[in-house]
Write a new protein. Structure first.
Length: 150
C-alpha cells in the first residue's frame, strides 16, 4: 500500500459514495488507474465494505452500554458458546477479548433501560457467564469516523 492508496482510503472513509471520477479528481489520478486501485484494495480485503453511518438517537437506540463480561472458565468451549451467542445479537455493536479483570468488553445499543434489562437477562442465563459489569455512556465525546492512515 502506497501513499496514493492511503489517500484513496482516507477519502472513501469520509465519503464512501464518492464516484470513481470524483475520487480520481481529488487524488489527481485518471479514472481508470484509480478504479484499478480501489478494486485491488477491495479484493485484498483492505476495503471490507461500504455502509451508511446512522444517528443512533434518531433511530431509537439512544442508550449505549459498555459491558464487561467474565466467564466461569477459560476453556475453548466456554468461549465458543459465549462468542456464538454474542455474534447472534444485533444490539451488540462490538465485542473484544480483553486483558484485565474482565474477559470481554461489549458495546451494546438499546432503546431504553427496560430494553437493556431484557438483553441483560438473556446474557445472565448463559451458563458460561460468571460476572457482568455495565457502564452506561452519559455522553459521546468522539466516535471514530475514520481510521488514522498517516
Amino acid at each position: 500500500m502506497d501513499k496514493m492508496d492511503r489517500r484513496i482510503l482516507s477519502l472513501l472513509q469520509v465519503d464512501g459514495r464518492l464516484s470513481n471520477v470524483e475520487l480520481a479528481e481529488q487524488i489527481s489520478l485518471s479514472p481508470s488507474p484509480c478504479l484499478r486501485r480501489v478494486k485491488r484494495l477491495e479484493e485484498s480485503g483492505v476495503i471490507t465494505g461500504y455502509h451508511a453511518a446512522l444517528d443512533r438517537t434518531r433511530i431509537g437506540l439512544s442508550m449505549t452500554v459498555f459491558v464487561e463480561i467474565r466467564l466461569e472458565n477459560h476453556r475453548d468451549e466456554a468461549s465458543q458458546i459465549f462468542e456464538q451467542t454474542i455474534l447472534d445479537m444485533p444490539n451488540v455493536l462490538s465485542c473484544h477479548v480483553i486483558s484485565g479483570a474482565a474477559d470481554y468488553l461489549l458495546e451494546v445499543v438499546v432503546e431504553s433501560l427496560l430494553s437493556y434489562e431484557i438483553w441483560l437477562k438473556t446474557v445472565q442465563k448463559l451458563p458460561v457467564v460468571k460476572d457482568i459489569n455495565s457502564n452506561f455512556a452519559i455522553r459521546t465525546v468522539k466516535t471514530a469516523a475514520a481510521l488514522p492512515l498517516d
